[in-house]
Design a protein around this ligand. Structure first.
Ligand SMILES: [Zn+2]
Length: 248
């Protein structure tokens, strides 16, 4: 069983003008994926947010949505509450710091709706001072909003050691495995992180970041990297943790 908790169905995936439901079903079925968290980004397209909700309505057992939204979309969110897996905040794309009042608005609504927040934590930005995206910013947020679960997309790459410390230090911080394996593969840093995962198997969630990566290949890469982990720990990472945190 696999839950892919980081997927975009968006114009750049080439699915927006096609039968998204059919195409998505085929891709995920071929990769053995049972559950999917769709992450549409309102900063790119509000139409994406709406079409992801349509997909989740059509296949509620398979899809849930963790949209990046702005305040004006709260009503749409309320109407689709049963299909919400969580909310995404993308500081780089939105050009806002994780502690900006617009981020805090979303964290507050997540707390009220008892949903997790997915933060984009890949440490690169042309605009945002990197200090504002330091892993320790998320440590502070997690300690301030103790009732909210935070999923750190891309595990603060390249600060993987820091991400490990955050997951160990905060019961409400989880790490997502999306995308960064592509960049990190072959480095000693990454090899260390894969060894350390054994100690945080209940805090790590599989996600691909499709269409940034090819799903089959990416799953195969992580399956290979984590092959020495006991089966129950692999199950936690590839399925159980995502289901628990996102209510899949
Ligand atoms: Zn992504």
């Amino acid at each position: 069983m696999i839950a892919d908790c980081h997927v975009h169905i968006s114009p750049w995936s080439g699915w927006s003008n096609l039968d998204a439901a059919t195409k998505a079903q085929r891709a995920f079925d071929n990769s053995g994926i049972d559950k999917v968290v769709l992450i549409p980004l309102a900063a790119r397209s509000v139409v994406d947010v709406k079409s992801c909700f349509q997909l989740a309505k059509k296949y509620p057992d398979k899809y849930k949505v963790a949209p990046q939204i702005t305040k004006d979309l709260f009503e749409l969110v309320r109407e689709n509450e049963e299909h919400i897996a969580g909310f995404k905040i993308h500081p780089v794309l939105q050009e806002i710091s994780p502690t900006d009042s617009r981020s805090i608005d979303i964290i507050n609504i997540a707390e009220e709706m008892e949903k997790p927040i997915i933060f984009h934590t890949y440490l690169q930005s042309q605009i945002l001072p990197l200090e504002e995206m330091s892993p320790f910013v998320f440590d502070k947020l997690a300690k301030t909003y103790k009732n909210v679960n935070f999923v750190l997309a891309h595990s603060c790459f390249p600060k993987l050691y820091d991400a490990y410390c955050l997951a160990k230090s905060n019961k409400n911080i989880y790490l997502d495995l999306s995308y960064f394996a592509n960049v990190a593969a072959g480095t000693s840093l990454f090899a260390d992180f894969c060894e350390m995962i054994v100690g945080i198997d209940k805090k790590v969630i599989f996600g691909s970041d499709f269409p940034e990566v090819e799903i089959d290949t990416y799953i195969g890469m992580w399956k290979f990297l984590l092959r020495k982990l006991p089966y129950d720990k692999q199950e936690n990472i590839f399925f159980n943790n995502g289901c628990e945190v996102f209510g899949l």
